[in-house]
Design a protein around this ligand. Structure first.
Ligand SMILES: [Zn+2]
Length: 325
């Protein structure tokens, strides 16, 4: 019962038919737009390796959030670049920190965007690691309380969801307990459960000024070669109380997204990271790729792999393109 009885091309004959049988319908409803907030006011500096993405002060960020909401993108992820860095990342939990001020600005502007905050220390520590340093190593347990404090300060400022990205063991549980103990049991945790030690974070480190000053992150972020370990990380985070889980980066890890989607009944997010964005932008600038075509293909691929939530710097462009068609 194959050819000539079976002819798959019948269902590809017109755009109307192709559209009717399409399996994955790319939508901005699951998009999250990552943003970088720094000190001051009236500051808006484009990040060299990420054209169209800015490091900006809270007042400017609120203006861009207005635009994001107007485009129908449901949420933003905030990363802070503090005025001062120190050994323990003290500013991460400051009530007057850059992220806290940005959240308050978004709340004052009465925007209905979902405000998600990245909870980590690497942007705030002088050494650029995601935890505190003891005996020349990133110390797991002493970091947990600091992360919980940071998450709590984001919730107090008005964050809707907190997203720990540090990859310390036990941090989801520590954050959950801290939130619950302070009447924030309604705040979900969006855990970067399977975060790989990836070369694709390069441009982000420029954006967040968070490159490690010594060593690398291999002792806490995951080995790119491992997929079964990702399932273990996700299972542990869910046991500790994570509500949504994330795979990061996306493109070299589509198989991990698919496996996580098939093994767990929770919402799955994927982070289309800075290096993935920068590669597309660089090729487009050289005239080597058709931007709209490849970006839609990449994001469709990430959703097809099983991510219903996609964090992407392309979000605003895609929202404009989808509106136009
Ligand atoms: Zn970090």
């Amino acid at each position: 019962m194959t050819f000539p009885l079976q002819r798959p091309r019948r269902l590809r004959r017109t755009e109307a038919i192709r559209s009717m049988v399409r399996e994955t319908r790319l939508s901005t409803r699951g998009f999250i737009y990552p943003m970088f907030v720094g000190p001051g006011s009236g500051v808006r500096v484009e990040i060299g390796s990420m054209p169209g993405v800015y490091q900006q002060s809270p007042d400017q960020l609120v203006e861009e959030c207005r635009e994001v909401e107007g485009l129908g993108i449901p949420g933003v992820m905030l990363f802070g670049i503090p005025e001062h860095k120190d050994e323990r990342g003290t500013e991460a939990s400051s009530a007057t920190g850059v992220v806290q001020r940005a959240i308050e600005g978004i709340r004052r502007a009465k925007l209905s965007l979902i405000v998600i905050t990245d909870v980590c220390l690497c942007e705030y520590t002088s050494h650029g690691h995601c935890g505190v340093i003891e005996n020349g190593d990133v110390a797991n347990d002493p970091t947990l309380g600091i992360l919980a404090e940071e998450a709590l300060s984001h919730a107090r400022a008005g964050a809707d969801i907190v997203a720990p990205s540090d990859m310390m063991d036990g941090r989801v549980g520590a954050i959950r307990r801290a939130l619950d103990a302070s009447s924030f049991s309604h705040i979900p945790i969006f855990s970067y459960a399977a975060k790989y030690c990836s070369g694709f974070y390069g441009p982000f480190r420029e954006a967040a000024q968070s490159a490690p000053q010594f060593g690398d992150r291999r002792s806490y972020q995951m080995d790119p070669a491992n997929a079964r370990e990702a399932l273990r990380e996700v299972a542990l985070d869910l046991e500790e109380g994570a509500d949504i889980i994330m795979v990061k980066p996306a493109l070299a890890y589509l198989d991990v997204i698919r496996q996580v989607r098939e093994h767990f009944n929770v919402p799955v997010g994927a982070y289309n990271v800075s290096g993935e964005y920068a590669m597309v932008k660089a090729a487009v600038r050289n005239g080597w790729l058709d931007e709209q075509r490849v970006v839609l293909e990449i994001l469709t691929g990430i959703q097809r792999a099983g991510a219903e939530i996609v964090l992407t710097y392309h979000a605003k462009d895609v929202a404009r393109w989808l509106k136009a068609c």
